[in-house]
Design a protein around this ligand. Sequence first.
Ligand SMILES: [Zn+2]
Ligand SMILES: [Zn+2]
Length: 340
Amino acid sequence: MKAAIFQGIGKPMVVEDRPDPSPGPGEVVIRVGRAGICGSDLHMTSEPGSSIAVGTIMGHEFAGEIVALGKDVTQLKIGDRVAPLPFVGCGHCAACDDGRPHHCPRARIDVVTGFSQYSRVGANDCVVLPPALTDEDGALIEPMAVGLQGVRKAALQVGCRVLVMGAGPIGLACAFWARRLGASRVALMASTRRRERFAQALGATHFIAQGEVDQPAAAVNDALGGPPDVVFEAVGIPGAIGQAMEHVAPRGLVVGLGFTTKPDSYVGTVALMKELRLWFSVVYEKRDFQYTAEVMAAGEHAPRAMITDTVSLDAMPAKFESLRGPTADCKVMVAPWGIG
Ligand SMILES: [Zn+2]
Ligand SMILES: [Zn+2]
């Protein structure tokens, strides 16, 4: 099979031939239909602190068709179209039973290879796509599910005020779910106006370009009619959690979803005097995948608005590098078998 291979920090990936994977016990092999490029892929291939080994095939947001079943797999069949959670858990510990394979002590992510023509995945960790969903939709489930778990943690009160910091796909997913799960007003704040149309498409009611306002806190309060009850931090740079704490209302909640490998700090008295809560949220549970698939299959196509380009595997390394700087792209899809 063809696969995009990580060459090391600062080097573009190279497309090479690799042996086709075969499924281990409890695993299946997927013919990858579409795989999304994620901001965390860009982080992990640029920050020296990351643990990605040279030779790794990345890609954790994907969907496709099952072409091989491992031993003991009875819950899926050849030809099923699925979106997998990109962790292969042991399948029988408490975390796996709870639908959280990323907390399985034996979880593996290295076998999961979305940026290639085939990938192994755990059979227990696959969500079957309803017929209404395309492979593209399936590849959007992963980032949408990240937002869903974050918003679920907030248990929003109907009519509440929400601020989302960051207009990447995770911030956009938070805006989408916040609007559908109780928030009356959802302001999305980003450094520039570049992503405003995506924010509108995903359901944000207000957009604040931080570079255009003198007093961000006043702009947030104006937009929302008061300070936000919940702030979703989806920026992932040092200082962002501290900013979220500044914005949130007293006794409010900050949900941290941003990805950074750098140390961060905040002003203790801000958090203390507001008696605020901070809860981090990484990835999702299997039920977040299932619910996202159900909502999208019921005719909710707004997440598709995030897709700005689809590239072949051969074109992927150059496209991947282009996403490191300022870009008009939002979610880029890779089509390992070609576009069409
Ligand atoms: Zn991702
Ligand atoms: Zn396990």
